[in-house]
Design a protein around this ligand. Structure first.
Ligand SMILES: [Zn+2]
Length: 336
């Protein structure tokens, strides 16, 4: 397992968001400093001659997304800001929300979706910076996901709404959760949807009807990540320290692994391994075949804020000591 790049970020609060795209690894703080490193970088620690790192000061930021060389920040001042990652320059602003923007998702080069504390979701035409549709909810939307032409929104009132992105129309609402919905994932075929809400509640839905297939009992705290293991199995990590495996089609519980002493913050799958990061400071590598044997991928730190992956590359945001964070990128293709 090779460490590809690493650098320190000094900030009194947590790393709020970590994102790994085809070209970049991006780490954002609550104050809005977005630290960006080109994935070609092979410098570690704070090598002073590194030409691959930039920082964009975006203003107080809740969330961001990046697609190719476009970074969009969801700002507290009701505005989305569009940045060129290569030049670090602000290109345009998307201003139509009437409260803080809490989520942003870049669907493609022309379409951006945002949700706000004003309880609306806006589908933007990026080249013109004009809203294509404004979708009204009864509550603030906490998570956004797209699959094909469908947009899925999970809200603070426990509802999940499905929208048609082409026509901008309402498709259906899924009701059952009684707490805010924070996480979602869709099965490969697009028919099944898994959702996680506050308190560890989890459901699997038939996304083509309003039918809830299963209430998945087990997690006692919020689900932090979903990963499809196969066509038939879904893996979850949670703030209760466990990793669980479920049958995708029935919601039946398959197995539970006590993975970390504190919250599991992220999961990644390679062909033979599962990698998990915990607030206990460990990044652990598990054998997918039996999910029992494990080793620590790196030495313990204070906490693992985020673990993200893209293809065979892993991104980590780690708390080393109070106010000092380490951002790392690893090649996971050579795991022993
Ligand atoms: Zn570099």
């Amino acid at each position: 397992m090779a460490l590809l790049t690493s650098f320190y970020v000094h900030h009194p609060m947590s790393i709020r968001h970590l994102r790994l795209t085809e070209k970049h690894l991006l780490a954002g703080t609550a104050s809005g400093a977005i630290h960006i490193v080109d994935r070609r970088c092979r410098h570690t620690e704070n090598f002073s001659g590194c030409e691959h790192r930039t920082t964009i000061e975006a203003g107080e930021t809740w969330h961001f997304d990046c697609y190719q060389n476009t970074l969009i920040t969801a700002n507290n001042d009701h505005v989305l800001r569009v940045w060129n990652v290569d030049t670090g320059l602000l290109q345009r602003t998307l201003a139509r929300h009437s409260s803080a923007v809490n989520q942003v998702l870049i669907a493609n080069a022309a379409t951006v979706i945002s949700s706000s504390q004003d309880s609306t979701v806006i589908v933007w035409d990026l080249p013109t910076a004009v809203p294509r549709w404004t979708l009204s909810h009864g509550a603030v939307v906490e998570c956004l996901m797209i699959h094909g032409d469908l947009l899925f929104t999970g809200a603070r009132d426990g509802t999940i709404t499905i929208w048609d992105l082409e026509k901008g129309g309402f498709v259906r609402v899924l009701q059952g959760h009684t707490t805010p919905v924070w996480r979602m994932t869709v099965h490969l075929d697009g028919r099944l949807l898994a959702t996680g809400a506050s308190g560890g509640s989890m459901r699997i839905w038939d996304a083509t009807s309003n039918h809830c297939i299963a209430e998945c009992q087990g997690h006692t705290k919020m689900i932090t990540d979903f990963t499809s293991v196969s066509e038939t199995q879904l893996m979850t990590s949670a703030a209760d320290g466990t990793i669980r495996v479920w049958d995708w089609t029935t919601g039946r519980h398959v197995s539970t692994l006590v993975a970390h002493e504190r919250a599991v913050r992220g999961l990644s799958l390679t062909s033979q391994r599962v990698i998990s990061g915990g607030m206990d400071g460990y990044v652990r590598v598990w054998d997918r075949a039996d999910m029992t044997t494990s080793y620590e991928m790196r030495e313990k730190v204070r906490a693992v804020w985020h673990l993200v992956s893209e293809a065979d590359t892993i991104g980590l945001a780690l708390l080393v000591e109070e106010g000092k964070h380490l951002i790392e990128m690893w090649d996971a293709s050579q795991l022993k």
